[in-house]
Design a protein around this ligand. Structure first.
Ligand SMILES: Cc1ncc(COP(=O)(O)O)c(C=O)c1O
Length: 387
């Protein structure tokens, strides 16, 4: 039996998206910038997908810029605002951002920008009062991740965005783990910029989008032919964009049934693992991504026993889980997210994440809980068993 529980790292491309991509590759393969019939057929595909992706966040199609993924959308948001200024200014992010925000902001810091990284509590939540206190006259952007990919915590985005707007500061949020799983409505949310990724919602890898509220100015990262309303030059990846569009439309249609189903499975997995000594849930159990289950192992030593050890043992049993974020799991360093939440280095090295998706069943959850219990029984140091 093989069970994939790493849907936050990537999701399998759904058949409807593959069919749309195949149609583009075989029939609508023109360059969308070409004026002839072939080009216009491809342009129609891109515009259709733009409407479908806009539907995911209740936006107008004109405010969607296609990118190569969530990373580019995040970089474009940060650098697109920063490059508007000739001199370094002040930017505020959280201390638990994905590296696709944390790294461009680190670059800005090297270039002389002032950076405030808002602290979080033990559950990974920001206190909106801290944002209020951090705003300065030269603050030009606030960026806060909506749903944290390693620990599942959801932030009070509406409250945070309102605070930024009351000070006339732009607000960006990374909704890569949220869009398609929870309703996101840019007509209600006080956000100016918002990032989405295709491969987290059963679309293909290599596509994403940045929502740009009408009137918000940005300097493009990529310049050239002026595609995507001059904000992202380069011939659009029409096949992947088509697949992304279909996946976005289906995510909207299925959310009202799929999200409650995932929440039930998530809570079942948490409940089944609740009585294991030393296995501590991480993140906020109430304000939480619907598909996200994460723990850290209190007695991890970072060498013989770490999150990575558990990933390997689970993999041998046919179950795909992750140690912290997939993007970081190649190297063995403590998760900066858990450190920011106050965990010790050793405990942070014992982080694991199981993220559920469309193919996950109750039987998968039951089996996974049983296997993880057995793995932990085998790996727990003897002196702890008799504690
Ligand atoms: C919260 C978050 N932001 C951004 C990204 C990057 O998205 P992409 O893989 O599409 O570049 C990820 C991917 O893991 C993510 O989880």
């Amino acid at each position: 039996m093989q069970i994939y529980l790493d849907y936050s790292a990537t999701t399998p491309t759904r058949p409807e998206a593959i069919a749309a991509m195949q149609a583009v590759l075989t029939q609508q393969w023109g360059n969308p910038s070409s004026l002839h019939e072939w080009g216009q057929r491809a342009a129609t595909v891109v515009e259709q997908a733009r409407m479908q992706v806009a539907g995911l966040i209740n936006a107008d199609a004109e405010s969607i810029i296609f990118t190569s993924g969530g990373t580019e959308a995040n970089n474009q948001a940060i650098m697109g605002v920063a490059h508007l200024y000739a001199k370094p200014q002040h930017i505020i992010i959280s201390s638990i951002e994905h590296s696709a925000i944390a790294e461009p902001v680190r670059l800005l810091e090297l270039w002389g920008w002032q950076v405030t990284r808002l602290g979080v509590d033990a559950k990974g939540r920001i206190n909106p009062k801290d944002l209020k206190a951090a705003l300065q006259d030269n603050t030009v952007l606030v960026s806060v991740i909506y749903g944290q990919s390693e620990v599942g915590t959801i932030q009070p985005i509406e409250e945070l965005g309102n605070i930024a707007h009351r000070h006339n500061v732009l607000f960006h949020t990374d909704t890569v783990q949220v869009a398609g799983r929870l309703p996101v409505d840019v007509r209600k949310l006080p956000v100016d910029l918002l990032s989405i990724s295709s491969h987290k919602i059963y679309g293909p890898q290599g596509a994403g989008a940045l929502y740009v509220r009408p009137g918000v100015e940005l300097i493009p990262l990529l310049v050239g032919g002026g595609q995507e309303m001059r904000l992202r030059s380069g011939t659009q990846a029409v096949p992947t964009i088509a697949g992304f569009g279909v996946a976005a439309e289906l995510a909207v249609q299925e959310m009202s049934t799929e999200t409650p189903r995932l929440i039930k499975l998530r809570d079942r997995l948490f409940a089944q693992l609740a009585d294991i000594p030393g296995l501590i849930p991480t993140g906020d159990l109430i304000h939480r991504l619907p598909h996200h289950v994460s723990f850290c192992l209190e007695y991890a030593d970072g060498e013989k026993l770490s999150g990575k050890t558990l990933v390997r043992h689970m993999n041998l049993a046919g179950i795909g889980i992750s140690a912290g974020a997939a993007c970081h799991s190649g190297k063995l360093s403590p998760s900066p997210i858990l450190l920011a939440m106050g965990y010790s280095e050793k405990a942070a090295l014992g982080a694991i994440r199981m993220t559920l998706g469309r193919d996950t069943t109750e039987a998968d959850v039951n089996w996974t809980a049983m296997v993880l219990k057995q793995v932990l029984e085998r790996l727990t140091p003897v002196e702890l068993v008799f504690r």
